[in-house]
Design a protein around this ligand. Structure first.
Ligand code: UFG
Length: 329
């Protein structure tokens, strides 16, 4: 049985991957500082509390367990926060990842899956955006992720690591069985904010910008169900274990929805015509991000099975109601 170290495995995306790894028969060690994750979200394996900048703790952990591969989620992920507090992002997402990679090298662990983001593309001139597009991030969050992508490419070139980088588009939805989902009380993403407004936790939903060059003036994003994203990680693991060479893949569906389309769907699903306020643009938002997702299908044989905006919002809504009842908002 293979043992996988999952940094950030108590977080929203990490916890869905941990659950799926457990179901697939992997041994899982979660390493998470619980700054935004939750112990209740870890449904499989062992949970060790620690930060990726803590070299000694990481060394101890890797000496204790025989790790076959690492999936690295631990990161700060909020684009506007990265604009206001870039050092927070560089210290954790860049320095912490370099520290992790250095400890992995010392312990001779050379299979690595990295959570990257569509934010590395900045404002792409060709939509859908393909992996070979030159990276041109427009915010510190995206820049930090692009830096690590470069580091991984260099490490692979010097035969120190085999990696898969997955560039996530807009991740949403929740475990259809309703056991886990987005748990951050201060989440900022559109679908979560819309559902929390519908649930009465927020007085209204802000729409950030109505003057973008899109059909209805609001930003367009490619929303991918978190369970489909989780299965991409398992495909990437199998690929590396089968000797696949280091590579980068977009994770999306290749179809975009505007902010207003998402709001309309959220109102339909929740049955709540919640209040929407139209405000100015949010710094760091590209107008349109849609994945060219052919490569991941061709090379990793990844096939989505939750590709439906209504299903994404429905599973997120079921989870949100559970979360509020269980954790009191
Ligand atoms: N939005 C609103 N109101 C809100 C929240 C968001 O109008 O309350 C808008 C944003 O301005 C943006 C769109 O909804 O136009 C999506 O915003 P999110 O905050 O949900 O997500 P982002 O697109 O900013 O970022 C997410 C991830 C990034 C990733 C990006 C890829 O956080 O890591 O998707 O598309 F890079």
């Amino acid at each position: 049985m293979k043992t996988i170290l999952v940094t950030g495995g108590a977080g929203y995306i990490g916890s869905h991957v941990v659950k799926m790894l457990g179901e697939a028969g992997y041994e899982v060690i979660v390493y998470d500082d619980l700054s935004t994750g939750h112990e209740w979200a870890v449904l499989s394996g062992r949970m060790v509390r620690g930060n990726i900048n803590d070299t000694v703790k990481l060394q101890e952990l890797l000496q204790q367990y025989n790790i076959d591969a690492v999936i690295h989620f631990a990161a700060h992920i909020i684009v506007p926060e990265s604009v206001g507090n870039p050092l927070k992002y560089y210290l954790n997402n860049v320095m912490g990842t370099l520290n992790l990679l250095n400890v992995l090298k010392q312990c001779k662990i050379d299979k690595f899956i990295f959570s990257s983001t569509a934010a590395v593309y900045g404002i792409p001139s060709i939509i859908p955006v393909a992996e070979e597009t030159p990276l041109s991030p427009i915010n510190p969050y995206g820049r930090g992720k692009a830096m690590i992508e470069q580091v991984l490419s260099d490490l692979s070139f010097s035969n120190e690591i085999d990696y898969v980088t997955l560039r996530y588009f807009n991740v949403a939805g929740a475990d259809p069985a309703g056991r886990i989902g987005e748990g951050k009380p201060d989440a900022t993403h559109l679908i979560t904010m819309a559902l929390r407004t519908a649930a009465g936790l927020c007085p209204h939903l802000d729409v950030f910008g109505t003057d973008y060059p899109t059909f209805d003036g609001t930003c367009i994003r490619d929303y991918i169900h978190v369970v489909d994203l989780a299965s991409a990680h398992l495909k990437a693991l199998e690929y590396l274990f089968n000797g696949g060479k280091s590579d980068v893949f977009n994770c999306g569906y290749g179809k975009g929805y505007s902010v207003l389309e998402v709001i309309t769907a959220a109102k339909e699903i929740t049955g709540n015509n919640f209040q929407v306020n139209y405000t100015g643009r949010r710094p760091g938002d590209p107008p349109v991000l849609i994945a060219d997702c052919e490569k991941i299908g061709n090379i990793l044989s990844w096939q989505p099975s939750h590709n439906d905006l209504h299903h994404i919002i429905e599973t997120a809504w079921n989870w949100e109601k559970t979360r509020i009842a269980r954790y009191n908002g």
